[in-house]
Design a protein around this ligand. Structure first.
Ligand code: MG
Length: 273
């Protein structure tokens, strides 16, 4: 896909995510919209995948460590063809549904790791990346973590481990949207200087606009050149990106659009169709 098509896809994923939360009457739209552009690049440009064979040994792996953002993950998997025909009603967070409130690998095709208990993604990704090297596979492992999530201590155990094992097949996206469930990251922990912190742990680190498709693609290409080091791409993102009433409004960490807001979403995002 070219840049314009990927932009369009990102908004399409956004709309599907909003529709999922609206119909399911529960969910986390703000954190989902924040990472739509990264997801569009990964699933429609970058990752080596075969939706008809989700467990293909040579596929690139993906872990959505900030698992509560899963509506955008389900939207990407659906658009990519993992569920056959496009899903009309995801029944998000419903009892027994394939689409739980946090990604569940036993329930949903294409989900490589159960997540949502915050902090675990990077450590699990290390295991996948070490396994890839041990078995002489050339797949990459991608993970998206939240900036609030990076306050979890276990993240830094994984970050330390990745550098020690020189996991240059691991690429982490840090969604630096400045917010977490309880408020702003700055108010919670002081500073949000993620790039410097990853560098201090021996990582190859870049910081980009997380809504710029070309910048995301270029950063991945750059990360792949960093031999002997794991890579982080710190993405400056806007929580709720794409919807005027949701952008940078942390009340949308979790929330359900009203009928009127849903109509606004259809107008602003062009409709999921
Ligand atoms: Mg955040």
């Amino acid at each position: 896909m070219n840049t314009a098509e990927l932009k369009q896809m990102a908004d399409r994923l956004r709309m599907t995510a909003v529709e999922m939360v609206y119909k399911g009457k529960d969910g986390h739209p703000g954190p989902a919209l924040s990472i739509a552009d990264i997801m569009a690049v990964l699933y429609f440009d970058e990752m080596r995948l075969d939706p008809s064979n989700p467990d293909w040994e040579d596929r690139d792996r993906f872990i959505l460590s900030k698992g509560h953002a899963c509506p955008i993950y389900y939207a990407a998997l659906s658009e990519r063809g993992y569920f056959g025909e496009k899903v009309k009603d995801f029944k998000l967070r419903a009892l027994g549904s394939m689409f739980q409130g946090h990604p569940t690998m036993q329930k949903t095709k294409g989900v490589d790791m159960t997540s949502g208990s915050l902090g675990n993604g990077i450590a699990v990704a290390c295991g996948m990346a070490i396994a890839g090297k041990y078995r002489k596979k050339d797949y990459y492992v991608y993970t998206i973590v939240g900036d609030g999530e990076l306050q979890e201590g276990v993240c830094w155990e994984g970050i330390n481990t990745a550098a020690a094992h020189k996991l240059d097949n691991l690429i982490v996206f840090a969604d630096k949207n400045g917010w977490q469930s309880g408020g702003s990251v700055e108010d919670t922990i002081g500073s949000n200087n993620l790039k410097e912190r990853f560098e201090a742990f021996g990582w190859h680190a870049q910081e980009i606009n997380g809504h710029d498709i070309d910048a995301i693609k270029a950063a991945i290409a750059e990360a792949k050149k960093a031999a002997g080091k794991p890579s982080v791409i710190v993405c400056d993102c806007v929580k709720g990106k794409g919807l005027s009433f949701m952008e940078n409004n942390n009340a949308w960490h979790k929330g359900v659009p009203s009928d009127e807001q849903y109509q606004t979403a259809l107008k602003e995002l062009g409709g999921a169709e």
